[in-house]
Design a protein around this ligand. Structure first.
Ligand SMILES: NC(=O)c1ccc[n+]([C@@H]2O[C@H](COP(=O)([O-])OP(=O)(O)OC[C@H]3O[C@@H](n4cnc5c(N)ncnc54)[C@H](O)[C@@H]3O)[C@@H](O)[C@H]2O)c1
Length: 204
């Protein structure tokens, strides 16, 4: 199942009417959620239940997209949680964050330069995105809870990591300030946040 429906309108945070936040949540979050709820019992029974939700890099921060990006962030959270719930039954739930010169991109043309629009129209084609969505719903795909950025032939994984950080049971504000570089540092030991089976405690 691929949830792809989407809308966008760009506006500054303090100018977006509340109704527009609701509309973006209704289409992106509740739209995908309702389809997932209807399909879920069938996906659980299927030998190859696969879901792909369409999210956006805007959830990580784009100018004038707080309503759009926020609703895609909500769908990202749903994706991860369904990935956890579907794990035992083998239902794989992933997301793509596409970039393509579509009707939606045309609708945002006012906020993009003519050069960027031309690049999107000619170089970032929807047919560059479709193969990744198709792969993720194929029975051979066994990853879950992942996000892939897809645009113009580029495909990469958006990885979430927990840094090693610090552990200090007598933590103070001063400690946080003094050790902030350690909290921030992404060392080779940083732990990617993956959806994986919970460890079963050894029976006694
Ligand atoms: N084009 C991009 O660069 C880009 C970037 C990031 C994310 N996305 C996401 O990709 C997905 C596809 O968008 P696109 O770029 O092909 O745009 P598009 O406008 O060409 O396609 C969006 C489709 O969603 C449908 N839709 C909108 N509201 C709906 C509703 N309530 N119920 C059913 N269908 C509805 C529209 O009719 C349209 O067919 C969207 O979720 C969008 O947010 C696109």
């Amino acid at each position: 199942m691929i949830n792809n429906a989407g809308i966008v309108r760009t506006a500054r945070f303090d100018e977006v009417p509340y109704e527009e936040y609701q509309r973006h949540l209704d289409v992106h979050y509740f739209g995908a959620l309702r389809v997932c709820r209807a399909a879920w019992p069938h996906l659980l029974k299927s030998p190859a239940g696969r879901v792909v939700n369409t999210i956006s890099q805007a959830m990580l921060g784009n100018p004038d997209m707080s309503h759009y990006g926020g609703s895609k962030g909500a769908l990202f959270g749903l994706t991860r949680n369904l990935a956890v719930e579907g794990l035992a039954a083998g239902v794989m739930v992933n997301a793509i964050a596409p970039g393509a010169g579509t009707r939606m991109a045309e609708a945002s043309a006012d906020s993009l330069s003519p050069e960027v629009m031309e690049y999107m129209r000619t170089q970032l084609r929807p047919e560059h995105v479709a193969p990744v969505a198709a792969y993720l719903v194929h029975p051979d795909c066994t990853v879950t809870g992942e996000v892939f950025n897809v645009a113009g032939g580029i495909v990469n994984r958006l990885a979430l990591v927990n840094t090693v950080g610090i552990h200090d049971p007598s933590l103070t504000v001063d400690t946080v300030a003094e050790r902030f570089d350690e909290i921030m540092a992404i060392s080779p030991d940083a732990m990617p946040q993956v959806v994986a089976p919970a460890e079963v405690p050894a029976s006694s």
